[in-house]
Design a protein around this ligand. Structure first.
Ligand SMILES: Nc1ncnc2c1ncn2[C@@H]1O[C@H](COP(=O)(O)OP(=O)(O)OP(=O)(O)O)[C@@H](O)[C@H]1O
Length: 675
């Protein structure tokens, strides 16, 4: 109770001094709310939770390596049996040694029992070593399973989860401490079991010697147990307090060490600012950890003092039993040995319990995250209708033959967003059409594209492919039917070929030809031609012989990726933002050509309005709503936002029109400014 009352005060203390200079991160109360939830659970609740956690981790270990787990348990039990046997045999040795008669006779009498003790110790050591070996084999197997499970989830959960700060924090904790805690938990659970067997063996031997010795054994272990569990709890709560701060520190570290930030850190002379920020965070962490060390040491000191008292009490009781003649000297001698062995096992037991408890808290973060993440993995409902028949391949083919994609009254808001980013938006994409989304920054174009790409699920309204709602489609099948050239495309730290094929084997039939075609269409072939190993060049400067590309060169690769993917819907979100005029002109031409030749539907988002003049339909978005739609001519006639934006861009070129024939003559792109 005392502990529970003191913790929130300590947390307040730790947060207060740092809150002012460092902005909201350290004064934020989200973590404190969570921490108080945990600190309110109390020791008894944790004692109830521990078996559940141990059960979960043992199931994991069973999945990872059932033979090794079974061997660990069996060998440990066998080692325990021989521990008890050895202790009881010791009584025989001591009885013979403490009996009357000449010493050589007593030693001779004790010899058979001594041999037994020696054999028991040797056999026990063999079993214990075998158990340790099996246990050591378990660890990497468990590590692999938990990592795999985490990554299977993080790559499958819905995209919106990545916009949810709280979910991100949960992921951070699961990834940083949770994953490592699982193999440690297996180790601790096995150690706990091993120590428990040792305690049972010692307790069994003591029970046989004299039942009164059992409570003595317990008494000596209690203080240490209390201190260890308290220290673990303090440690966990401190870590919980520090998650947010550590995350910010980690971001600072990245800003100061990563290559991609290095240039801007220098050009904006931001070094001092970053160092100051980092130092503030580091000081906060240091203060908190020093406070923790002090509090944990105090627990340890109290535990040791109480243990000393308990040990003195134990020897006093043994002395009284001897003095009163209740216990013979040989039995008391064995009892001391058994108590010492039992104490070692008990200390190990408490230590493992402590570790189990601490790791268990982190492991429960991991388990909780996996549970939450599983709920965020999209699972299609039982699919019905035309697209539901014929299995995955059949459905994929059906999507490939779609006639129209329709978004009806789609509404969507990001987590923590004040206003919805899309408000009852309806658009239609017919087969083979080029449909453009235009609008000012933040009007919702990318968000709508992501919804049409099946990356976000709308909170209101529906997206249908030929009448089938996307929620009823397998997300994998849906995504295979869509190629996205994203605005914020990834610079994949892989080879140029992998950047285009996304893992397809270049030597597989047809792949090389398709890559070449996509590279020519996007202009990426010019980039690849200059690379030292062509398509096999690694595009990551962090590795030997890796190369870096310019922004526009990366964009050409991203476009090639979109062209390469044989999907009926191609979404291009600002595909030319970084391209030079010639490459831009060419790419838009290729997109039109691609749509016409392959019968692909193209959703095009761009601020270069000259490039959307040829679109079959243009939707104009403004603050999350479609305010105009139609062809270029229709929208110009309406004289609304589109016409205004178009005129703005066109007038900039009209002011200094190039001499006639330049665009055609030298191949440089010039926006077509006619109305
Ligand atoms: N991941 C996100 N989390 C929260 N809000 C977001 C997120 N992405 C976008 N928004 C918000 O949603 C709104 C629409 O953003 P969106 O990116 O769709 O606009 P856009 O029209 O594509 O803009 P731009 O022309 O600048 O690319 C904006 O108000 C933006 O602040």
């Amino acid at each position: 109770m005392k502990l529970r009352k003191r913790l929130p005060r300590r947390r307040r203390r730790a947060a207060e001094p740092a809150a002012a200079p460092m902005g909201p991160a350290l004064s934020e109360h989200k973590w404190y709310r969570k921490a108080s939830e945990l600190s309110d659970t109390g020791m008894l609740t944790m004692a109830r939770r521990l078996p559940v956690l141990i059960g979960q981790v043992l199931r994991l270990a069973w999945r990872a390596g059932r033979r090794d787990l079974a061997a660990t348990i069996a060998f440990n039990v066998a080692a325990g049996v021989f521990t008890a046997f050895g202790l009881l045999a010791t009584t025989g040795v001591l009885t013979a040694l403490f009996s009357a008669g000449p010493t050589p006779d007593r030693v001779r009498a004790a010899a058979p029992e001594l041999l037994l003790v020696g054999a028991a110790v040797a056999v026990r050591a063999v079993f214990a070593t075998a158990a340790q070996w099996a246990q050591a084999r378990l660890r990497p197997q468990v590590q692999q399973i938990v990592e795999q499970q985490l990554f299977e989830l993080t790559t499958a959960i819905d995209l919106a989860a990545f916009d949810d700060a709280e979910f991100q924090d949960d992921l951070h904790r699961a990834r940083l401490r949770g994953v490592d805690s699982a193999p440690s938990m297996v180790d601790n659970a096995v150690d706990l079991f091993t120590a428990a067997i040792g305690v049972v063996a010692a307790a069994g031997a003591l029970g046989v010697l004299h039942p009164l010795l059992l409570p003595l054994l317990l008494l000596t272990a209690l203080p240490e147990g209390w201190a260890a569990v308290r220290a673990a709890r303090l440690g966990y709560l401190t870590q919980l307090d520090l998650v947010e701060v550590r995350r910010r520190g980690w971001i600072m570290t990245e800003l100061m060490t990563e290559r991609r930030h290095a240039a801007e850190v220098r050009s904006f002379t931001v070094r001092d600012f970053l160092l100051r920020r980092h130092a503030d965070l580091a000081s906060h962490i240091r203060r908190t950890l020093l406070d923790l060390a002090r509090r944990q040491t105090m627990s340890q000191v109290w535990g040791d003092v109480l243990k000393g008292v308990a040990t003195a009490l134990m020897y006093t009781v043994l002395g009284v039993l001897l003095w009163r003649g209740i216990m013979p000297l040989a039995v008391a001698g064995t009892a001391v040995l058994a108590i010492r062995a039992g104490q070692t096992s008990l200390v190990n037991l408490v230590y493992s319990l402590n570790r189990c408890y601490e790791d268990g808290l982190y492991f429960s973060d991991y388990v909780a995250y996996c549970r939450m993440a599983e709920q965020r993995v999209h699972r299609p409902r039982a699919v019905s209708g035309v697209h539901g028949k014929g299995g995955v391949t059949g459905r994929e083919e059906a999507l490939g033959r779609f006639r129209e994609i329709v978004a009806e009254d789609v509404t969507f808001g990001y987590p923590d967003g004040d206003a919805p980013s899309l408000d009852k938006v309806s658009v239609r994409l017919g087969r083979g059409e080029i449909v453009a989304l235009v609008g000012e920054n933040g009007s919702g174009k990318t968000t709508l594209a992501k919804i049409l790409a099946g990356l976000y699920a709308p909170q209101g309204g529906h997206v249908r492919w030929d009448g089938t709602r996307v929620e009823d489609l397998d997300p994998e099948v849906l995504r295979r039917a869509i190629a996205v050239v994203a605005q914020d495309h990834t610079h994949w730290p892989m080879t140029a070929a992998d950047n285009i094929t996304m893992g397809d084997d270049l030597t597989a039939p047809g792949v090389r030809a398709a890559v070449d075609e996509a590279a020519v269409a996007s202009g990426a072939h010019e980039v690849v031609a200059e690379l030292p190993h062509g398509l096999d060049t690694l595009l990551d400067k962090r590795f030997h012989d890796g190369r870096e590309l310019s922004g526009g060169q990366w964009q050409r690769l991203a476009a090639a990726r979109g062209f390469y993917r044989d999907a009926p819907l191609l979404i291009c979100d600002e595909p030319t933002a970084a391209l030079d005029a010639r490459a831009e002109h060419r790419l838009f031409g290729q997109i039109r050509d691609h749509a016409a030749r392959r019968g692909r539907t193209v959703l095009l988002i761009t601020h270069r309005l000259a490039s959307v003049r040829h679109a079959d339909r243009i939707y104009v978005l403004d603050r999350g709503r479609v305010i105009e739609h139609g062809t270029h001519r229709e929208l110009m006639d309406v004289g609304g936002l589109y016409a205004e934006l178009y005129e703005l861009q066109a007038s900039a070129y009209r002011a200094e029109a190039p001499p006639e024939g330049v665009a055609a003559g030298n191949g440089h792109a010039q926006p077509d400014v006619e109305r």
